[in-house]
Design a protein around this ligand. Sequence first.
Ligand code: HSE
Length: 303
Amino acid sequence: MKRIKLQVPATTANLGPGFDSLGLALGLYNVLEVEERAGEGLHIDIRGEGEETLPRDETNVVAVALRRVYERCGRPCPGLRIRQDNRIPLTRGLGSSAAARVGGLAAGNYLAGANLSATELLTLATELEGHPDNVVPALVGGFTVSILHEGQVAYLRTEPPAALKAILAVPDFELSTELARSVLPKTYSRAEAVYNLGHAALVVACLLKGEFDLLPMAMEDRLHQPYRLPLIPGGPDVFRAAREAGALGAAISGAGPALLALAVDHVEEIRAAMQSAWESQGVVCQVHQVDVDTTGVQVLEQE
Ligand code: HSE
């Protein structure tokens, strides 16, 4: 019977204007172990984040992703033992569902002998997730630009300059992606579309060139943040505090409510300023510098 143990990174999506397209993998990991057990049903053990709340039946996101790979390669799904050691906080905009889906698909790819390419796995992951910007960096690591083109994911991956640091402020309240997407307008004006196209392109150019002077301006957004910030009490103050302390840009991490600041210098000042801005609004939060992950899914053991 085959067994695989792997780790999957957290991810931050959008980076401001790059809605549903830009993503960055972070050095914070869920560990997933899956074993085929012929003749048994589904057994799921969950430790850490979500151990009280995540389902342990067929609706579990990892189990759904695993089953999807067996279906895709026409093999009956065997009994499976799944163990999730979750470190990525749930429903905060840090890609916990993307990590679960990508982990399940990558484990299924090995166990079912499906031999799916990264693009095929990411297209399946995006069908399950709805957008590619978290699942792509979760699988391949680094800074990624992804699109859906005629039903297929296409992406390019790079590594951001090592000098660039990510500071994440994670509040103790949750915000579901579903709610955070439901408040967005159905249509936008040409001016808003042009604003975001230019800004997202400039974020990519800044990261590729390693020139950060324009990054604070480039990370401004008109597609989602203005509608989501009202769902994040104290969010505007935390942004302001980060910028005043020297951040090169600040954005809602994915759909929020976690907030991301990028910086080269003054990391400790930015961390402390974000923490005290949120705490002064009565929000309990954890703020830390996190490394960029450049590996994506990493197999730890397999047999
Ligand atoms: N791009 C998605 C959104 C990320 O902003 O809704 C969700 O994690």
